[in-house]
Design a protein around this ligand. Structure first.
Ligand SMILES: CC(C)(COP(=O)(O)OP(=O)(O)OC[C@H]1O[C@@H](n2cnc3c(N)ncnc32)[C@H](O)[C@@H]1OP(=O)(O)O)[C@@H](O)C(=O)NCCC(=O)NCCS
Length: 296
């Protein structure tokens, strides 16, 4: 496929003007690879996601699949980056040849997992072989990160027991939370392609003075980045920051439904000390909270 053809295809795709016959697997692949090359993986993902959903509306299709969209962009990003320095047409030829067989996805996912309703609605990490891992840059959060931090957090509010918030946090509240942070309670973010995709914070556990050296940890990763070790990296960075600021004990309060969080914190040395029964109510059920603790 010539570069000019792909540019025209991508423009038609973004405008929702590509026909069903033209929107083949090769057209998907060429568009996504071209977008990764010219805009980076994260912007390519949001353009593909918006474009496919828009096209589905135009074509009257209900077939949008979040896991396949994310996983294909990730696989293609891995392939595009392998050929650094090559021209656009060589890259397209190579990537189209390597991804001609749709079944390559089944090297990463079992059929049951990738075809599940959950995978259709939300990204689920692979259960066979990991997807290519992007580079993440970790740093302390700054006031300019409030919007992305809030968007990642608020995504979970309506449907998940990982936070017991019932309403999204207004941006003003999040900005205040970020701007009023004390040096003893750092917040960190992880970026890739210039976009914040995960964050973590250490917040006061209790206001009484005797608790000053104890903090509560929170980690939130953009769902489309789950399962790539980012939660682990953020936890490690925060534990290092906890040592720097002289904290002594870190607490994690985790809803017992949240297997990912329980596993992620246990792997990083947090020990479960007990479970508070039915202390939360959300999603029309009573929720239990496990208390995990780790010495700095
Ligand atoms: C919990 C969370 C931060 C984990 O982030 P992540 O980047 O997907 O996790 P990682 O890839 O770093 O995995 C860390 C460990 O947890 C395990 N894990 C991750 N997701 C899992 C899942 N769904 N089920 C079981 N184990 C899981 C991993 O296998 C890994 O263990 P390993 O080193 O033995 O392989 C992420 O799922 C998230 O943002 N959840 C919503 C917010 C939340 O619940 N935060 C915690 C409470 S504040």
């Amino acid at each position: 496929m010539r570069e000019a053809e792909v540019i025209e295809l991508v423009d038609a795709f973004i405008a929702g003007a590509v026909t069903e016959e033209r929107w083949t697997h090769a057209a998907h692949v060429a568009s996504a690879a071209y977008l990764v090359r010219t805009r980076g993986r994260r912007r390519a993902l949001s353009t593909m996601r918006d474009g496919i959903q828009n096209l589905n509306r135009v074509l009257g299709s209900t077939g949008y699949h979040e896991t396949l969209t994310v996983a294909w962009v990730d696989l293609l990003a891995g392939m595009v980056h392998e050929g650094r320095g090559e021209d656009a047409e060589t890259m397209l030829r190579r990537v189209l040849a390597a991804s001609a067989d749709k079944q390559v996805m089944l090297e990463h996912y079992t059929r049951d997992r990738v075809m599940s309703e959950e995978a259709r609605a939300r990204f689920v990490p692979p259960d066979l072989r990991p997807l290519p891992r992007p580079d993440y840059a970790l740093r302390d959060a700054t006031p300019g990160d409030a919007e992305r931090i809030n968007a990642i957090y608020n995504h979970y509010v309506p449907w998940s027991s990982c936070t017991f918030a019932l309403e999204p946090t207004p941006i003003e509240e999040r900005s205040l939370w970020l701007s009023r942070r004390h040096r003893d309670h750092p917040a960190v973010v992880a970026e890739t392609d210039g976009e914040v995709v995960g964050w973590g914070s250490l917040d006061p556990y209790r206001s009484r003075g005797g608790y000053a050296a104890t903090a509560e940890i929170s980690i939130y990763v953009d769902p489309s980045e789950h399962g790539r070790g980012l939660g682990r990296e953020l936890t490690r960075r925060l534990m290092a920051r906890a040592a720097e600021v002289g904290l002594h004990t870190i607490i994690a309060m985790i809803c017992t439904e949240q297997r990912a969080s329980l596993t992620a914190f246990s792997r990083e040395g947090f020990v479960e000390r007990g479970t508070m029964r039915e202390v939360g109510r959300k999603l029309e059920r009573w929720l239990d909270v496990a208390v995990l603790e780790r010495r700095v």
